[in-house]
Design a binder for this molecule. Structure first.
Ligand code: NAD
Length: 254
């Protein structure tokens, strides 16, 4: 593992344009359960069914009750962990340019990253399906489910349900970043939700090195990614940053 950390630090130092693609796994150490993998929401229900737009349209109260009500409480308490902080530090060092995230938790922005493409929208905002009025999720009373606007319409989160299109701007900007980068860090994604999972493939097709950070292998492992740093995002990112700091300090001394 130490060899791979060293190798990652070296590639990060020599790369000209680094992009990160993140998934639910990077926020696990912040207390937000992922969909798949150990402790994932999948163990309780099928997110593909509950998180599908058809389920929401058919029965918004049910989806709010079993899925999104709980999400509001979890997200309100979550703070960036060493994984998010590491990516923010990489931006501060001038190494990382853009984060493409599948997450809806806003933790990359809270950690300090300034160019974050929210591929699946954000749970911080809701909008009324009848009149379009937008409200911050924290300001909406969830004692009544589903939450309703003054006009009587039902609020939905400003995030992308399964079965919905990715917002055009997010998709186009992500494709552009993926084809432009020479290094893509893929952190905490099972790489099975499309089209997000295709971004590392685009990067690879354009000649970039792809490095994964995940406790488990994914369909990208051994195919698209050069190697997998196997472990938790927070722990691995901390080691990478420490190695970059050591190298920078050694350079200053010499
Ligand atoms: P996923 O749930 O499909 O996969 C999670 C991945 O994270 C797995 O590969 C797992 O091995 C890995 N993982 C678990 N713990 C980790 C850790 N400590 N460090 C690094 N990796 C870890 O997630 P996905 O690929 O992002 O796709 C599912 C969809 O779920 C996304 O579209 C996303 O929008 C949504 N989602 C978002 C959140 C969030 O905003 N935090 C939470 C749950 C689901």
């Amino acid at each position: 593992m130490e060899d791979l950390i060293q190798k990652t630090a070296e590639v990060l130092t020599s790369a000209k344009y680094v992009v990160a693609l993140t998934g639910a796994g990077i926020s696990v150490e912040s207390g937000i359960p992922p969909f798949r993998g150990k402790g994932g929401l999948w163990e309780k229900f099928d997110p593909m069914e509950v998180g599908h737009i058809d389920s929401f349209m058919k029965n918004p109260a049910r989806v709010w009750k079993i899925f999104m009500g709980e999400m509001k409480t979890i997200l309100a308490q979550a703070k960036p962990n060493d994984g998010h902080k590491g990516l923010a530090r990489l931006e501060e060092m001038g190494i990382l340019k853009t984060v493409i995230t599948q997450n809806v938790d806003g933790l990359h922005q809270l950690a300090g990253n300034t160019d974050v493409i929210e591929f699946h929208g954000n749970f911080a905002w809701l909008y009324c399906m009848a009149c379009g009025k937008r409200r911050r999720t924290v300001d909406v009373d969830l004692s009544q489910i589903p939450p309703r606007c003054e006009c009587g319409g039902i609020f939905r989160p400003d995030c992308v349900f399964f079965g919905e299109m990715i917002p055009t701007e997010a998709l186009e900007r992500s494709q552009e970043a993926a084809s432009r980068c020479d290094l893509m860090l893929v952190v905490g994604t099972s790489a099975v939700v499309q089209p997000a999972a295709f971004m590392p493939v685009i990067a690879r097709q354009h000649g970039a090195t792809v490095i994964e950070i995940n406790p488990e292998p994914t369909p990208l492992t051994g195919m698209t990614s050069a190697f997998l740093l196997q472990g938790k995002a927070g722990e691995i990112m901390k080691k990478i940053i420490a190695r970059l700091d050591e190298t920078a300090a050694a350079k200053r001394r010499s």
